[in-house]
Design a protein around this ligand. Structure first.
Ligand SMILES: *[C@@H]1O[C@H](CO)[C@@H](O)[C@H](O)[C@H]1NC(C)=O
Ligand SMILES: *[C@@H]1O[C@H](CO)[C@@H](O)[C@H](O)[C@H]1NC(C)=O
Ligand SMILES: *[C@@H]1O[C@H](CO)[C@@H](O)[C@H](O)[C@H]1NC(C)=O
Ligand SMILES: *[C@@H]1O[C@H](CO)[C@@H](O)[C@H](O)[C@H]1NC(C)=O
Ligand SMILES: *[C@@H]1O[C@H](CO)[C@@H](O)[C@H](O)[C@H]1NC(C)=O
Ligand SMILES: *[C@@H]1O[C@H](CO)[C@@H](O)[C@H](O)[C@H]1NC(C)=O
Ligand SMILES: *[C@@H]1O[C@H](CO)[C@@H](O)[C@H](O)[C@H]1NC(C)=O
Ligand SMILES: *[C@@H]1O[C@H](CO)[C@@H](O)[C@H](O)[C@H]1NC(C)=O
Length: 451
């Protein structure tokens, strides 16, 4: 674990220094500071804010930020027949969404959804030439490896396909019996599919499921093709069928991506994945016996209880950026767990726990960043400034669940979610240098915590 952080700790440190010294755009400084020795890190808090930004050491190693300003052209296998040119600009966006230092923290919400959409669009667009919506195993291996090399060459994290678990088999048809475009179009109601999914209503699709239903219907049609012998296998077939339907969904998405232009396809695919993302809380909840003990017995000692809750929440805060809707889910999950442990008093209100407290923080200050629930990308501008959208609404108290059951309430219009963070990012704005500063602090914080 420490190993991984060590890789970009120096970036964080020097950017923190930059922040203090207002020199963020000085790439030269970045490069030369990058190799600052780790032993100096310990001294960080004492770094004088007035010291001038002198290079610590001459440049010895390439800066991880260099690929963004000077992409390396990787040596490709020459064995992948996909045409990457068609999605050049999209791959660049993907590299930035998955950029080295931030990828682990943005994996669930930004990096992996964008990576998956890019792969679907790549294969979908290629199907116009090949008539095939899937790659065979050999081709998949070469293409995924080339794809990764291109992204990493542009600055994406080197462990990209560990952070986002994608394997060559994900580029094949899996167990879906159909991958040929002509067979596809003679099997599914493609006009209907395109009508439902050619343009999705990003605000309402997650609840109304117009496109999602059309995709399930099409995937089922494809999957059923494997069962012309029907009913011979009984329930065995049924469980098998659900896997097939799932694999066929990928084929359907690629077909959609072949019918739309790449930017349009991206909007649809990212919109659909955001529905999945926002339904859950992506955080891991470690052992909570400590909190439970502190808040037991009708919360006889409020200080002790809140200390426990706060330190527990601070563990969650180190994991990942999350969306505003995910934060609601996380608050609900934790609340339900506490209720199940017989803690029925609203400890969120007792201990002033806000939704933002579930996202990554700078230190212990209330400066969490909740991403909007709609898809967004990291942006890197010409002056190497990194930014992404935070939904910076005022602190919204975390809602305490009213029962010990986890209810899926996000689409239940009769359920009043208190002050839902302007769900769709209407009130969000893009934060440039501030976000960067924030991130840097955050990286330092995370790194120091782990070490
Ligand atoms: C970009 O990289 C190439 C190859 O490594 C190098 O020759 C060139 O000088 C670099 N350009 C800049 C502006 O760093
Ligand atoms: C790849 O696509 C681009 C843009 O559509 C086209 O100009 C180029 O000829 C294609 N390359 C191959 C090898 O098909
Ligand atoms: C995989 O597909 C490529 C391109 O369509 C083809 O040349 C190759 O023979 C196929 N390999 C196998 C093992 O089917
Ligand atoms: C890739 O395939 C594995 C199984 O081989 C599956 O568990 C995983 O969800 C797939 N990933 C994507 C992004 O579809
Ligand atoms: C949680 O921690 C407590 C005390 O540290 C321990 O007794 C308990 O077994 C742990 N529970 C789990 C599920 O790990
Ligand atoms: C409550 O707990 C705190 C911290 O554990 C402790 O310092 C304090 O004495 C306790 N108060 C009472 C009234 O027990
Ligand atoms: C919660 O309290 C009830 C009644 O007071 C008790 O029966 C139950 O065992 C308790 N559950 C836990 C997990 O402590
Ligand atoms: C919506 O929530 C209300 C109140 O909790 C509940 O009675 C109702 O059954 C829910 N409706 C659906 C469709 O889940």
């Amino acid at each position: 674990m420490a190993q991984r952080f060590n890789f970009y700790l120096p970036i964080a440190l020097l950017l923190l220094l930059c922040l203090r010294e207002s020199c963020c755009t000085s790439l030269n400084y970045l490069k030369s500071s990058m190799i600052k020795d780790k032993t100096e890190d310990v001294l960080l808090p004492n770094t004088s804010p007035t010291s001038s930004p002198q290079p610590f050491l001459p440049l010895l190693a390439p800066s991880p930020l260099i690929p963004f300003t000077n992409s390396t052209v990787p040596k490709l296998s020459g064995l992948c027949t996909l045409n990457f040119t068609v999605i050049t600009s999209m791959m660049r966006v993907t590299s930035i969404d998955c950029m080295a230092a931030f990828a682990p923290f943005l994996a669930n919400v930004v990096c992996c959804p964008q990576l998956e959409a890019t792969l679907s669009i790549l294969i979908g667009q290629s199907s116009k030439d090949t008539d095939s919506l899937a790659l065979n195993g050999t081709l998949a291996t070469h293409c995924l490896s080339d794809f990764e090399k291109i992204l990493v060459g542009q600055g994406a994290n080197e462990d990209l396909f560990k952070i986002c678990p994608i394997r060559p088999s994900n580029l094949t048809e899996g167990s879906c019996p159909i991958n040929n475009v002509i067979e596809f179009e003679s099997t599914v109601d493609s006009a209907n599919l395109l009508a439902a999914c050619g343009k999705i209503d990003t605000l309402n699709e997650c609840c109304e499921q117009v496109c999602q239903n059309a995709i399930v219907e099409a995937s089922s049609k494809l999957a059923e093709k494997a069962y012309n012998l029907v009913s011979l296998y009984g329930s065995h077939v049924m469980s098998d069928l659900s896997t097939r339907v799932n694999d066929c969904k990928n084929i359907v998405l690629r077909w959609l991506a072949s019918k739309l232009d790449p930017s349009h396809a991206k909007e649809v695919l990212r919109g659909l994945s955001s529905c999945k993302i926002n339904k859950v809380c992506p955080l891991n909840f470690p052992n909570m016996s400590h909190v439970i003990n502190g808040c037991n017995d009708g919360i006889s000692n409020q200080t002790e209880c809140c200390n426990g809750v706060e330190s527990y929440v601070s563990l969650l805060q180190r994991q990942s950026f999350i969306t505003n809707l995910q934060a609601l889910n996380c608050a609900a999950s934790l609340g339900v767990k506490l209720r199940k442990a017989n803690i029925t008093k609203n400890v969120y209100s007792l201990c002033h726990i806000n939704l933002k407290d579930f996202s990554l923080q700078v230190g212990t200050k209330e400066s969490g960043c909740l991403l909007p629930s709609l898809p967004s990308d990291v942006v890197l501008d010409k002056s190497s400034e990194v930014s992404f959208v935070c939904d910076l609404n005022d602190n919204i108290p975390a809602p305490w669940p009213s029962t010990s059951q986890l209810a899926d309430s996000s689409c239940n219009k009769t359920v009043k979610i208190p002050a839902l963070p302007a769900a769709a990012s209407v009130q969000s704005s893009r934060h440039g240098i501030n976000t960067m500063n924030f991130l840097l602090l955050l990286m330092v914080y995370a790194a120091l915590m782990i070490m």
